[in-house]
Design a protein around this ligand. Structure first.
Ligand code: HEM
Ligand code: HEM
Length: 181
């Protein structure tokens, strides 16, 4: 079992963190979208708690991923990749990482500026340090929504690029992120 990333491929921690983050982001996005449409009451409160728990998990997984990423070699692009594609991929990955931090952080601000505590998996909660401020709460909510949509857009482009590599170029790129066979 390979642990560290190398110039050729990603190790197990990178692969696990990539797919756990992808799954958690998809769930946080879905719950976030659904909870806003629920009538105020216990089901909406439960949805919000679940959303906060998933969102803070995304932030934790991303912090671990970035720590790992900064202390490991970066796999090189497949041989023959044009320079512009390499830069587009780097820029896209940078954008993904920035949003994987900015989306949950703006959510934390939206919750706290609304005077809400942040549920951490029903074990404990982070109480808001501020009293509710409706104008700032609204601004943070809007920022959170715009950033979350931007993340969705980048993820779609990312997935199209990954599938393009796999089905059109057959260059084995996807296997650097999948479980080893
Ligand atoms: C919420 C969903 C996702 C997010 C946030 C995400 C994020 C990322 C990030 C930030 C990287 C860069 C890794 C690095 O260089 O440190 C990456 C790599 C990668 N992702 Fe995703 N990803 C998602 C979903 C997917 C899906 C669904 C696929 C497959 C269809 C995929 C395939 C890949 C592959 C193949 C790489 C490695 C690229 C390379 O070797 O340079 N990702 N992903
Ligand atoms: C990657 C993680 C996250 C994603 C993808 C995400 C996504 C979303 C989405 C799509 C909405 C619905 C926006 C709308 O249509 O109104 C939403 C709402 C919300 N999220 Fe998140 N979120 C994440 C993390 C967090 C975190 C960590 C918190 C706070 C702890 C949070 C707090 C909120 C709040 C308070 C709302 C309601 C605001 C509103 O109605 O616009 N989110 N989120």
């Amino acid at each position: 079992m390979q642990v560290r990333d190398t110039a050729e491929t990603f190790g197990l921690p990178s692969r696990l963190l990539h797919w756990l983050a992808a799954l958690t982001i998809a769930l946080a996005w879905t719950v976030g979208t659904v909870m806003g449409d629920l009538p105020r009451g216990p089901s909406r409160a439960a949805g919000t708690d679940l959303h906060f728990a998933l969102g803070t998990l995304v932030l934790t997984l991303t912090a671990l991923r970035l720590l790992w990423r900064l202390t490991n070699p970066l796999p090189a692009p497949p041989p023959g990749t044009p320079a512009w594609q390499d830069w587009a991929a780097r820029l896209g990955h940078l954008g993904l990482y920035l949003l994987m931090v900015a989306v949950p952080l703006s959510g934390v601000f939206a919750a706290w500026l609304g005077g809400k505590s942040i549920n951490l998996f029903w074990v404990t909660a982070l109480a808001s340090p501020w009293a509710r401020d409706r104008a700032w709460e609204k601004a943070a909510e809007e920022a959170h929504e715009v950033l979350a949509n931007l993340l969705l857009f980048l993820v779609v482009a990312h997935v199209v690029a990954a599938l393009w590599h796999h089905f059109v170029h057959h260059d084995g790129l996807l296997h650097r992120m999948l479980p080893r066979r």
